[in-house]
Design a protein around this ligand. Structure first.
Ligand code: ADP
Ligand code: MG
Length: 399
């Protein structure tokens, strides 16, 4: 793993000012957050810095104000939620640079926390304008990035600041980078990847990156239908990107050359209509899907075989559910395979890393979210990492 500095590399920071990039883009309803997971994630970093006597200035975006002040998108809306999670009062500062910030720093005592306004109110943020970054950097002694979820963007607060101040990964960023490295950077072999979800088209780069890196590529979800169709299977009314069968064949060829075994389901759960527990529900071999049926989940025999594959592996990386898990009983394959992975992880036999919006929801639904080695809530940044792309926010921290 390319190395980066962490909070452990900070010396005596009492009385210093830390500029800390966090993700406070919380889902809101009626003026308060419906989920504070993102604040929980950055709490250790903030409190550690505060306890060491640093003045902590939080820097975050909130919504998409497109470079203009927007009364409904001030970070002041999340101040109360942040205070509640931290168990500490914080000071809202309605700017990101200039005399107001300077005066506020003067008012803050060592160990106090300030919350700067939405950094995307200024066009220099998304443009990654060096002068804008310099203006913010002038207020701090060092920069901490604890927002992995924003690391796929080269913005002033996620990338630019690292060029103007000594830069450190916060605790959440550090944990995320270590977990991702253990999964695909320098993993213990053999490695299995589970890729599911609706469409091949949204995950082409993921698949192409994985075939060169893992020994087992397990394909489920709607995207498995495109691969099955590419192999000449009639998938009936299933969600299927027929125009991508040539691409699917190319990926399977690449896998062959790289020594990666592609696992497609050989039995499936089908129905004539997409509804909970439909009358037409049945399980069949992939070659027996009728013209008016759709594949909505991987079948039980395939799931058992896939569980056996996981038992031979040391590392698992998972993105995308195996079936239409939001509707019963099409959650069965996802739940079963997730439970197998969780049990292997708890037994110390498997390092398991998962990510993706629906994947996190599916693992929570299976009741195993906390039993995986690491579950990333980073969304876009996680997917770009799965695609093998360098993330600018991470690259800027690398020493
Ligand atoms: P993530 O957000 O974890 O990256 P995706 O967004 O790619 O995952 O895919 C999740 C969606 O895929 C879910 O809404 C799920 O219902 C859908 N899906 C999975 N299997 C099927 C299937 N066989 N047919 C239709 N939709 C499916
Ligand atoms: Mg999704």
């Amino acid at each position: 793993m390319s190395s980066f500095k962490t909070l452990d590399d900070l010396g005596d920071i009492k009385g210093k000012v830390a500029l800390v990039r966090v993700d406070l883009n919380l889902p809101m309803k009626d003026g308060s957050a419906t989920d504070v997971t993102r604040v929980e994630a950055v709490k250790p970093t903030i409190l550690e810095l505060a306890e060491k006597g640093t003045k902590v200035l939080l820097l975050a975006h909130f919504g998409r104000p497109k470079g203009m002040r927007h009364s409904t998108m001030s970070t002041s809306f999340v101040q109360g939620d942040v205070e509640e999670v931290l168990g500490k009062e914080i000071m809202f500062i309605p700017e990101v640079m200039g005399p107001v910030v300077e005066q506020s720093i003067g008012i803050l005592s060592d160990g106090d926390i300030g919350l700067l306004d939405n950094v995307r109110f200024w066009p220099g943020e998304e443009a990654n304008d060096p002068d804008f970054a310099k203006g913010i950097a002038a207020h701090g002694d060092f920069y901490v990035n604890d927002a992995f979820s924003a690391a796929h963007r080269a913005h002033a607060s996620t990338e630019g600041l690292a060029h103007h101040l000594p830069a450190y990964a916060g605790r959440a960023m550090e944990a995320e980078l270590k977990a991702l490295d253990a999964a695909l950077g320098t993993p213990e072999q053999p490695v299995a990847a589970v890729v599911g979800g609706a469409k091949v088209s949204t995950k082409l780069d993921v698949l192409e990156n994985l075939v060169g890196k893992v020994q087992h590529l397990i394909i489920g979800g709607g995207m498995a239908n495109t691969f099955l169709a590419a192999r000449g299977v009639d998938v009936g009314k299933s969600l299927c990107e027929h125009e991508l069968t040539a691409t699917a064949n190319r990926i399977m060829d690449q896998a062959d050359h790289a020594g990666c075994i592609v696992h497609l389901p050989y039995d499936v759960v089908v129905a004539k209509e997409f509804a909970a527990n439909p009358a037409s529900l049945r399980t069949c071999n992939v070659h027996e899907v009728a013209d008016d049926e759709m594949i909505l989940d991987v079948g039980p025999q395939a799931v058992e075989a896939l569980g056996d594959v996981l038992k031979t592996c040391k590392t698992l990386v998972w993105n995308g559910p195996m079936g239409a898990f939001e509707t019963e009983p099409f959650d069965a394959a996802t739940v079963s395979l997730a439970k197998t992975a969780a049990a292997l992880t708890e037994a110390g036999a498997l390092t398991s890393v998962a990510g993706g919006g629906d994947t996190v929801a599916a693992l929570a639904h299976a009741g195993v979210k906390d039993d995986f080695t690491f579950v990333s809530t980073a969304g876009g940044a996680f997917l770009e990492w799965m695609e093998g792309k360098a993330l600018p926010g991470v690259a800027a921290l690398t020493v």
